[in-house]
Write a protein that binds this ligand. Structure first.
Ligand SMILES: N[C@@H](CCC(=O)N[C@@H](CS)C(=O)NCC(=O)O)C(=O)O
Length: 221
């Protein structure tokens, strides 16, 4: 099992988070990648409600998770950590230059062109629910999400993965699509829904999710 107390690779995560966002926290992306390549890691758990000290901010300037340290590089930003891991293992980032650059392009597209819109829905539904302006803002936020989902589904076409073989691009895109799990939105995008299920069926994803959920202290908040 890659999560191992004596591992030299360290990843930060939260000790617990409110129930609706369990299984969504971005350390999942890194756990998934590490599981795909069977690389041991240990987790440093932080309290989500306690302000992070300056010592942590010198590692992750925004005080967020995940942060990563393998003794050679101290990194933050899930995309950067995944690129770093991908550079070390072709199971995460293909060697063929065309597939490699497609994967890098799609990783950035997932982070920059899809996640901000889907994240807005998550923000409105999880953190601003009940505010009158959140209800007003949701239809236009949803329209933007639908446009990005249509385009992503068209680009995926009949393929299994975004860039040829499975890659870090899929880790990011699938974890971004999962932000919509509390909604029926993906039902209108059957190819994307199947793509997400394909990713979530990978043994490495299941192990990563189980490890993240196990680390949360109580069964419900
Ligand atoms: N762009 C960053 C986002 C990291 C992020 O949003 N982390 C969230 C958990 S998923 C967090 O720590 N939120 C608490 C906060 O912002 O204080 C990444 O991809 O690593």
């Amino acid at each position: 099992m890659p999560q191992c107390d004596s591992a030299s690779t360290v990843l930060t995560a939260y000790a617990d988070v409110p129930a609706p966002v369990r299984g969504q926290v971005r350390d999942l992306r890194i756990r998934w990648a590490l599981q795909e390549i069977d690389r041991d890691y240990r987790v440093e758990l932080l309290d989500v409600f306690t302000p992070r000290p300056d010592s942590y901010k010198s590692w992750q300037p925004f005080g967020q998770v995940p942060a990563f340290d393998d003794g050679r590089q101290r990194l933050f930003e899930s995309g950067a950590i995944l690129l770093y891991l991908g550079e070390q293992d072709a199971r995460l980032l293909p060697v063929d230059p065309t597939a490699r650059w497609q994967a890098i392009t799609w990783l950035l597209a997932a982070l920059n062109s899809v996640e901000p819109f889907i994240g807005q829905i998550g923000m409105l539904d999880f953190f601003q629910a009940g505010k009158p302006w959140a209800k007003e803002a949701r239809p236009s936020a949803l329209k933007l999400v639908e446009a990005r989902l249509s385009a992503t589904e068209a680009a995926l076409g009949e393929a299994d993965w975004l860039a040829g073989p499975f890659s870090i691009a899929d880790i990011v895109m699938i974890t971004v699509l999962r932000i919509l799990d509390h909604t029926p939105i993906l039902r209108d995008y059957p190819a994307l829904a199947a793509y997400k299920t394909r990713g979530e069926s990978r043994p490495a994803f299941r192990r990563a999710l189980a490890e993240q959920l196990e680390s949360y202290a109580s069964p419900a908040n």
